[in-house]
Design a protein around this ligand. Structure first.
Ligand SMILES: [Cu+2]
Length: 355
């Protein structure tokens, strides 16, 4: 009788831990494609560390929904046209769930930007200042804005997972980066436009709502998220508010690999205020305006991007819950507010580890 009780207690414990292991078994598609933030929550006591690398390549210029040449930019009275830009971002993050309802998160990026420019043939003072060369490149790098957030589970049962998020972005990133640009009398160190600054300079609110549906061999998600900027920064401007709507679907090919595809719609308002210390006028030139990035009306717009990604997770063993993921985004359509660089593609790769 006694041994029977022991056996049944052991069987009960075994089945309980098996069930635990089953419900806690990490799925590759348990996380959204890696470029999507605030997509999942954690259970009480869980931690997660993450690292993301993001590379964005921008090439050529757009006016509204049409691509335009540098000559087209000059025809709009600008003396200088950006031609190409790259952004490299390293981002570390941590998540912690003090209980089953709330998951806290923190993310800090380090951003490097490089922008190539072409000087208009008619902008003689700038060409002279640039030692006769019609191209120049500016660079900036530094820590970006620290983002702190809380995700709250609203529905978390069976296949349906729905959570809301509220976050703040603190202005830890610099908005005072300078570099050498051609100006009257030669190359002079000037304040770079907002597009080249690591930080926003404002306190920003980051609300989001995310719904995940989890089936046996596939899952899907949809997320709406926004960035609401408050006040004006120390350089007299505020970046545009933005809204993102993202949907994705993932196919779990094996217990450790899933493939995803999705669509992202993004709306971003123009920059408000004028960027103090950024030169806007070319003295004695045929074109009175310097460069499109110096003007707020050339920021923001709408676009639709397609995304494709792969998630990999180690579901068991000593390296359990380590994840690797990669995704790429390509624009399908865009309508810029003014004249700005065209995004070619964005690549995001990352590592995540929950424990
Ligand atoms: Cu996490």
């Amino acid at each position: 009788m006694k041994s029977l009780q022991i056996i049944s207690a052991a069987a009960l414990a075994a089945s309980a831990s098996a069930q635990d292991a089953f419900t806690k078994l990490a799925r590759p598609d348990g996380h959204a494609p890696i470029s999507i933030m605030a997509d999942h929550t954690h259970s009480a006591g869980e931690w997660m560390l993450s690292y993301r690398y993001m590379f964005m390549e921008m090439d050529g210029m757009y006016q509204g929904s049409n691509s335009i040449s540098s000559t087209g930019v000059f025809a709009n009275n600008y003396a200088v046209s950006p031609t190409r830009m790259t952004m490299d971002m390293h981002m570390i993050g941590a998540m912690y769930a003090p209980n089953d309802r709330i998951t806290l998160s923190a993310m800090l990026p380090y951003v490097t930007r490089e922008m190539d420019h072409l000087i208009a043939p008619g902008a003689a003072p700038l060409l002279m200042a640039n030692n006769g060369s019609n191209t120049f490149t500016t660079e900036s790098e530094g820590i970006g804005d620290l983002k702190l957030g809380a995700l709250i589970r609203l529905i978390h049962e069976g296949s349906n997972h729905f959570h809301g998020g509220i976050g703040i972005s603190l202005p830890t990133g610099s908005i005072g980066e300078r570099d050498f640009i051609p100006g009257p009398g030669g190359l002079i160190q000037r304040q770079l436009p907002a597009a080249m600054q690591p930080g926003s300079g404002t306190l920003d609110l980051l609300p989001s709502l995310t719904y995940n549906y989890v089936a046996d061999t596939w899952s899907a998600g949809v997320q709406g998220s926004g960035v609401i900027r408050t006040g004006k920064n120390a350089h007299g401007y505020r970046l545009g508010n933005s809204f993102d709507l993202t949907g994705w679907i993932s196919y779990r090919a094996t217990e450790s690999i899933s493939f995803s595809t999705g669509l992202n719609y993004r709306w971003e308002d123009e920059l408000h205020g004028s960027q103090s210390d950024v030169s806007t006028q070319v003295p004695f030139g045929m074109m009175p305006r310097t460069v499109p990035t110096a003007f707020g009306e050339n920021y923001g717009g709408q676009r639709i991007e397609a995304l494709a990604g792969i998630n990999f997770v180690i579901p068991g063993g000593p390296l359990r819950n380590h994840r690797l993921a990669l995704d790429v985004r390509v624009p399908l359509w865009q309508d810029r507010n003014g004249i700005s660089l065209n995004t070619d593609y964005t690549l995001t790769a990352g590592w995540q580890y929950a424990f």
